[in-house]
Design a protein around this ligand. Structure first.
Ligand code: GDP
Length: 400
């Protein structure tokens, strides 16, 4: 585990995107165990890198960071920023690490705090299961918008031998069950808005194993029918599906289109997550994700680095955190100096001079901070911290 410096041109490109909230998304993958969270996340990381292919190519030529090598390493970890071009514009999609399954330590909820959207992976054979319900409910409690990826479509064809009509029926049933969860657990103002509609591209279906994925609008545009997908499996041209409809592109497109950017999400998430005065300077800055406001960072995770000590990862809700800044750890009544700031790429950290509001940042120097802590501008020692997260117990499952 180490930190790397990248060439100025790359850095400039990343910072230009990071400064524009409209081009940032913060999301993570959520799933019932074995439904394909790891495989899905891997295909995202393999498909899209941190840097634009153009600039990454130049970097390789200059022998600075071996981008491919970096990418290989990141596949094993999940905290990563991905570069993706959509509608002619570059986006930074920060993928937050979420634990492999629902646990009893509140790790899922801590990850949820720093994301605005959750990609919920559902196995098409098994459908919506108990842990799907738990993660969707936890996401909604934190005002995180869930979007749906129906995975393992290959199993419907190869194992269950369903007809195109039956596949369609199965998908509609999963969408219905998923929307029933939204209806049950979403905040009242989002019950209707956050239900997913396949016709609007809010549901993706595909196979993480075979790396293809589509939404209904994409399929319609390309003239692709369910019968063509069945044919691809029966006649052995699944690879072509993966080339024409790469899963990472479909999922990143869905996330960019349907997960709100941080400045939009903070307007409704801050009143829910933070109990301070919304009309105060810091309250207003958080609602706007103002990079010029006072610094407020919610820590989601602390990792140990053999060389750098403890690295705290969190979301900048207001202000801009810079190398050398002092921060106050609320609750621990302690002032600490930030020695270095990074964006996290799995085990590798890219050194950045600063990170503005709306982004995920990793910090060296705040060793006393723990997951769940709030870091603020030292002038704000009286500011209330973020709400404690509510742990939602899993529904009781009877083992057959
Ligand atoms: P996680 O527990 O949600 O992280 O699930 P994994 O990604 O580890 O996947 C669980 C199992 O399902 C593994 O054996 C995967 O290879 C398999 N799997 C994942 N995606 C697919 C898929 O699209 N089709 C099929 N047939 N298997 C898949």
């Amino acid at each position: 585990s180490s930190a790397v410096r990248i060439v100025e041109k790359q850095l400039d490109e990343i910072l230009a995107i990071a400064r524009n909230p409209a081009q940032i998304r913060n999301a993570g993958t959520l799933a019932h165990v074995d439904h394909g969270k790891t495989t899905t996340t891997d295909s995202l990381l393999m498909g899209a890198g941190l840097l634009s292919p153009k600039v990454a190519g130049k970097a390789l030529a200059m022998d600075f960071v071996a981008i491919e090598q970096l990418r290989q390493m990141t596949v094993k970890a999940a905290n990563i920023s991905l570069y993706f071009e959509y509608g002619g514009k570059p986006y930074l999609v920060n993928f937050v690490d979420t634990p492999g399954h629902v646990d009893f330590t509140g790790h899922v909820t801590r990850s949820l705090r720093v994301m605005d959207g959750g990609l919920v992976v559902v196995d098409s054979v098994e459908g919506v299961m108990t842990q799907t319900e738990t993660v969707v409910r936890q996401a909604l409690e934190e005002y995180v918008r869930p979007v749906l990826f129906i995975n393992k479509i290959d199993r419907l064809i190869k194992e269950l031998r369903l007809s195109p009509q039956e596949i369609q029926q199965r998908i509609l049933t999963i969408v219905k069950d998923f929307n029933a969860l939204i209806d049950m657990f979403a905040p009242p103002e989002f019950k209707d808005k956050w239900k997913v509609d396949p016709a609007k591209g809010q549901v993706a279906l595909g196979s993480a194993l075979h790396k293809w994925g589509i939404t209904i609008p994409m399929a319609q545009k390309a003239g692709l029918k369910f019968s063509n997908i069945v044919d691809a499996y029966e006649k052995g041209y699944v690879d072509k599906l993966g080339e024409e409809f790469p899963l990472y592109k479909t999922l990143l497109t869905m996330i960019i289109e349907h997960v709100p950017p941080p400045n939009v999400a903070q307007k409704y998430r801050i009143p829910r997550l933070w109990r301070g005065d919304l009309n105060s300077e810091v309250g207003k800055a958080m609602l706007e994700a103002d990079p010029n406001g006072p610094t407020v960072i919610a820590v989601s995770k602390v990792n140990k680095d053999p060389h750098a000590g403890l690295i705290a990862t969190g979301r900048v809700f207001s202000g801009t955190i810079r190398e050398g800044d002092e921060v106050y750890i609320i609750g621990r009544k302690m002032k600490k100096k930030v020695l270095q700031t990074y964006i996290y790429m799995g085990p590798t950290r890219i050194i950045v001079p600063y990170m503005p509001a709306g982004n995920i940042v990793a910090l060296m120097g705040v060793d006393e901070a723990r997951a769940g802590d709030t870091l603020v501008d030292p002038r704000l020692t009286e500011v209330p911290p973020f709400e404690k997260m509510r742990y939602i117990a899993e529904p009781v499952v009877t083992v057959a």
